[in-house]
Write a protein that binds this ligand. Sequence first.
Ligand SMILES: Cc1cc2nc3c(=O)[nH]c(=O)nc-3n(C[C@H](O)[C@H](O)[C@H](O)COP(=O)(O)OP(=O)(O)OC[C@H]3O[C@@H](n4cnc5c(N)ncnc54)[C@H](O)[C@@H]3O)c2cc1C
Length: 413
Amino acid sequence: MAERVIIVGAGIVGICSALSLLEKGMSVELIDRDLPASGASHGNAGVVSPWSCVPQSMPGIWRKVPGWLLDPEGPISLRWSYLPRLLPWALRFIAAGKRENLAAIADAMNVLNRPNVDLYRNHLRGTGHEHLIRDSLYVHVFRNASGANLDQLGWRLRAERDVPLKVVHGDELRQIEPALSPVYTSAVIIKDQARAMDPGAVGKALYEKAMSMGAGFRRATVNALHRNSDGGWELDTDQGRITAGKVVVAAGAWSARLLQPLGAKVPLEAERGYHLTIRNPGITINNSIMEAERKFVASTMIAGVRCAGTAEFAGLDAPPDYRRARIFKQLAKNMFPAINIGETDEWMGVRPSFPDSLPCIGPVPAQSDLFVAFGHSHYGFGMAPQTGRIVADIVSGATPNIDLAPYRMERFA
Ligand SMILES: Cc1cc2nc3c(=O)[nH]c(=O)nc-3n(C[C@H](O)[C@H](O)[C@H](O)COP(=O)(O)OP(=O)(O)OC[C@H]3O[C@@H](n4cnc5c(N)ncnc54)[C@H](O)[C@@H]3O)c2cc1C
């Protein structure tokens, strides 16, 4: 029997890694304390953009942060008692946004995102769930007519990478999104991308596919990783010990905790996000819409209109503050005046975020047969299929046709 690969974490990154490993004929078992695709991979905004190449940290971002923090409806919130622990990460985040770093980060993001729509469609083909990924525009809307300005650095970074952009105003914008309030007078449209009608259902469909290809799944919490005397790995779980030839840690925001006892320290932050699903909204949104000022995404999914976004810094273990999700009620009403906001569901999930907006993918330094795939921050749903392909190459001993240097754990040493 082929050597067994254990993947810790059955989020979208773990599931896509499992699929690509199975395609290479490897034996795979996923372990998760929750059901597959139920964390961030379930509640995200569903944007699948081959064109996401603008990092979260950009030059001068620190000037905007105080205003955002003081605005209760702003895109960022902080539990002040958490500030001392956040500070080292925040300083690295600001440093990552220096102009001289941007091109390399944008190129590395591009590599992970560019094939994502095709890869999702390939994975879903024949599952009966092909409809879960739909063609979409990404409509960034502005109240001010001058807001849609392609001279701004973020749009220039995209244009330099051949992202298909278009500026629209007034009636043309209304034709694309009839439900949008007329207070939005301009938009930048990114063409030729896709959106998920239910990101969690995409993950579950791909998980079912992995099971049908022979993968295993065990519901357990992994407490620690050890080397065993045969040179393989042992996982201490709440369901007993598990042995594995090779291990991939794809445990999202919790990954750093598992690796720290092995001496692998990385600046991973829990960037908590929220969504509000508005059931029976009475309107339809045709695309993914980014409210450029408030920085949240609205789109119609199977369950209703989902508004998702915000970054809350409070650590991994703090309880959710669902006021952050309820903010979306009024914001959605402002954005879509005809929307019916009577029935809503709130959700919180954790983005695994590094200061430079790039994940760690590759071997763990000084540890044979231990690999990582985590830290995909705001883009993990889009980056997951390409990450899975890279993981499968590395774990199976093939050399990926991609420069892996930007994703190495050692970049934080
Ligand atoms: C509000 C919001 C909106 C977003 N919108 C988008 C978007 O539109 N497009 C996009 O591309 N990305 C988006 N993202 C980001 C994206 O959702 C994440 O980057 C991605 O889901 C991360 O996937 P993952 O598999 O690494 O982590 P997760 O989905 O968090 O999965 C990790 C899994 O590991 C398991 N686990 C952790 N520790 C252990 C342990 N010790 N033992 C057993 N199991 C363990 C967890 O239970 C979990 O199931 C958004 C995120 C948020 C929060």
